[in-house]
Design a protein around this ligand. Structure first.
Ligand code: G3P
Ligand code: MG
Length: 254
């Protein structure tokens, strides 16, 4: 699997409402090769692309996602909070997002988002099953802060590329890695320590940072060897950093 240096976070979320089909399309239009999306499920079990536990911040409705059905969320406008240009945008079902990512020939980092009331086994089961039906192995990376969800993902698919998602990478990351055999470790760049970066890459894993929207402050991390970043707007970065990375940390020109 080859990842680009830039993965559009929640789609191209600086320019379109996050985690929507519009944000996926905007990322493709901007030339992004990979995107990151959050998946969770509704009260009726339908998997949807959404970040928060509630719909309050990014829609014209209110309430917890876990209390809603597919019919409920279809009535929400999830675009006009962002701008009038996106009025009428509907919450994306996982299946719709997967179809669009596939049609656009993009790669996807699907983050299993365990908000309160969600079951790790159920989310991992439904999301991995559906994603693998639509996307080839080299265009799917499944990540989570929830190691139990990743264990269920691994047990469903031995060859699936997994990303261990942490805020600060803990000293015990290697025991998670031994158990889960991940492709990558994903870290909050503001809490990254160089020692952890070196350890992760020495183990042959890629180190990806989120959510990087300040290229100048981040710049020295490229020199330390970070493989890639999640950003709300890849267009913020200087073209000289537009290089491909590999899972083993080596780079080649785009
Ligand atoms: O997967 C990287 C990043 O998306 C993790 O944080 O809260 O934006 O889902 P969050
Ligand atoms: Mg995420």
């Amino acid at each position: 699997m080859q990842l680009p240096r830039y993965i559009a976070h929640r789609g191209l979320s600086e320019h379109a409402p996050e985690n929507t089909l519009a944000a996926i399309q905007a990322a493709a239009d901007a030339g992004c090769e990979w995107i990151e999306l959050d998946v969770q499920y509704l009260g009726d079990g339908t998997p949807v692309i959404w970040h928060d536990a509630t719909v309050d911040r990014c829609s014209d409705g209110r309430g917890a996602l876990i209390d809603m059905t597919r019919e409920d969320i279809r009535r929400l406008d999830v675009g006009s909070w962002f701008s009038d240009d996106f009025r009428g945008e509907r919450m994306a079902l996982l299946d719709e997002a997967l179809s669009l990512v596939s049609a656009l020939d993009m790669g996807l980092n699907l983050e299993l988002k365990l908000n309160p009331g969600h079951d790790a086994e159920m989310l991992a089961g439904v999301a991995v099953h559906r994603a693998r039906q639509v996307l080839p192995q080299d265009r799917l990376l499944v990540s989570s802060f929830d190691m139990t969800a990743l264990e269920h993902a691994r047990s469903r698919d031995d060859a699936l590329a997994l990303g261990l998602l942490y805020e600060a990478v803990p000293r015990c990351w290697a025991s998670d890695a031994e158990r889960l055999r991940p492709f990558s470790v994903h870290a909050d760049w503001t809490r990254l320590e160089q020692e952890r970066l070196i350890e992760v890459q020495a183990a042959g894993l890629a180190l990806l940072c989120y959510t990087v929207n300040d290229p100048e402050r981040f710049a020295s991390w490229w020199d330390h060897g970070v493989d890639g970043v999640f950003t709300d707007d890849p267009g913020l970065f200087d073209a000289r950093y537009q290089r491909q990375t590999r899972g083993d940390g080596s780079r080649k020109p785009r």
